[in-house]
Design a protein around this ligand. Structure first.
Ligand code: NAD
Ligand code: TYD
Length: 358
């Protein structure tokens, strides 16, 4: 039975990945989820798996080398899937320090612990051990509105403290592959959306605010472009890269689904109107009048877009979920999980939101 060490599994993508993996492999794998439970980590995301015998949660900070080494000493880990990170650009602009600490130093701790546990000779590792570092397309910088794409060999050009910290962590992983032949892959992925996404990010924030009749904040002119990928397609891509990809390679995972932010907002409003029952009182809240242009994000990247050609050609992965379907599934999930949103927005996040948008 393969044992996975998943970091950041209580966050948005990590929890979707854990659900995906149990759906796919059921009893064939064991997952150890290591998460510090920052504001973004939520064990409610994993309620339906917590009683499984082949699932273990460990609360630990990836910067804590002693705690991480202990996990490797006590378990025969076959796969590391490293999600844990500070992930929100706006927070990185306000407080970059924790981004460097978790994203860079935390990744170093994970690399050292896996290397120490797996290395059996000089640059020789136990059979079949693999580390996958989950990263972002934001490391490549910003594209013009000219139809160009990010590829795996696009030079790194990060602009925000978030993307700079992720770029640094990618470089560390790369250096371990180049110097120590450490068995790893890097994936750089476009913007994800779907169930369990924390409502500081554009799509869940707009869904939540629209249902409550609160302003829909649009940064700048609203014409910045992101390439949206349904989170389950991402989870599948990660598994395919780890099992079928060539070791030491980077794979870009993209949605081929570019949209301006303002388009996303209009699609969400239209879809809410379509999906809400005639008699639902929330229907009266959903209105274009809520759209509010606010000050632009500092250093706001204009456009991200991935052409996922390499992963398609080598592994056969492609983004299966059409945006019209993915956004409906996401909205339906939020309809069915109002308590989840309530629990988040009644807590610390509310304070952050008030400060951020005051
Ligand atoms: P998230 O913020 O929802 O979750 C991050 C998780 O990491 C949380 O559970 C948090 O508690 C945990 N964590 C944070 N610091 C930690 C620490 N020091 N030790 C242990 N756990 C810690 O993030 P997400 O959106 O799920 O992103 C997951 C990964 O995917 C990140 O590495 C991110 O850079 C990358 N990524 C995200 C997107 C996206 O659209 N969300 C796109 C591309 C890549
Ligand atoms: P976000 O979800 O924070 O992801 P990222 O910055 O990693 O791409 O933001 C997506 C886009 O939406 C980005 O261009 C910023 C914009 N945005 C808004 O216009 N209003 C908002 O309230 C938020 C959170 C984001």
């Amino acid at each position: 039975m393969r044992t996975y060490l998943v970091t950041g599994g209580a966050g948005f993508i990590g929890s979707n990945y854990i659900h995906y993996m149990f759906r796919k492999y059921n009893e064939e794998i064991r997952i150890i989820n290591v998460d510090k439970l920052t504001y973004a980590g939520n064990l409610e995301n994993l309620k339906s798996v917590e009683d499984r015998e082949n699932y273990t949660f460990i609360k630990a900070d990836i910067c804590d080398a002693e705690a991480i080494n202990k996990i490797f000493e006590e378990n025969d880990i076959d796969r590391v899937v490293h999600f844990a990170a500070e992930s929100h650009v706006d927070r990185s602009i306000k407080n970059p320090d924790v981004f460097v600490k978790t994203n860079v130093l935390g990744t170093l701790v994970m690399l050292n612990a896996a290397k120490a546990s797996w290395e059996i000779g000089d640059n020789i590792y136990k059979e079949g051990k693999k580390f996958l570092h989950v990263s972002t397309d934001e490391v490549y910088g910003s594209l013009e509105d000219d139809g160009s794409f990010f590829y795996e060999d696009t030079p790194y050009d990060p602009h925000s403290p978030y993307s700079a910290s992720k770029a640094s962590s990618d470089m560390l992983v790369k250096s371990y592959m180049d110097t120590y032949k450490f068995p790893a892959n890097i994936t750089n992925t476009s913007n994800n959306y779907g169930p369990y996404q924390f409502p500081e990010k554009l799509i869940p924030l707009i869904i939540n605010n629209a249902l409550k009749g609160k302003n829909l904040p649009v940064y700048g002119d609203g014409k910045n472009v992101r390439d949206w990928l349904y989170v389950e397609d991402h989870a599948k891509g990660i598994d395919m890269v780890q099992e079928q990809g060539r070791l030491f390679e980077t794979y870009n995972i993209g949605g081929h689904n570019e949209k301006q932010n303002i388009q996303i907002i209009h699609i969400i409003l239209d879809t809410l109107n379509e999906m809400l029952d005639e008699n639902d009182p929330r229907r009266a809240n959903v209105s274009e009048k809520l759209i509010t242009y606010v000050e632009d994000r500092k250093g706001h990247d204009r456009r991200y877009a991935i052409a996922p050609d390499k992963i398609k050609k080598e592994i056969g992965w492609y983004p299966e979920t059409k945006f019209e379907d993915g956004i409906k599934k996401t909205i339906q999930w939020f309809f069915e999980n109002e308590d989840w949103m309530e629990n988040i927005t009644s807590g610390d996040y509310q304070k952050y939101y008030e400060e951020m948008y005051e």
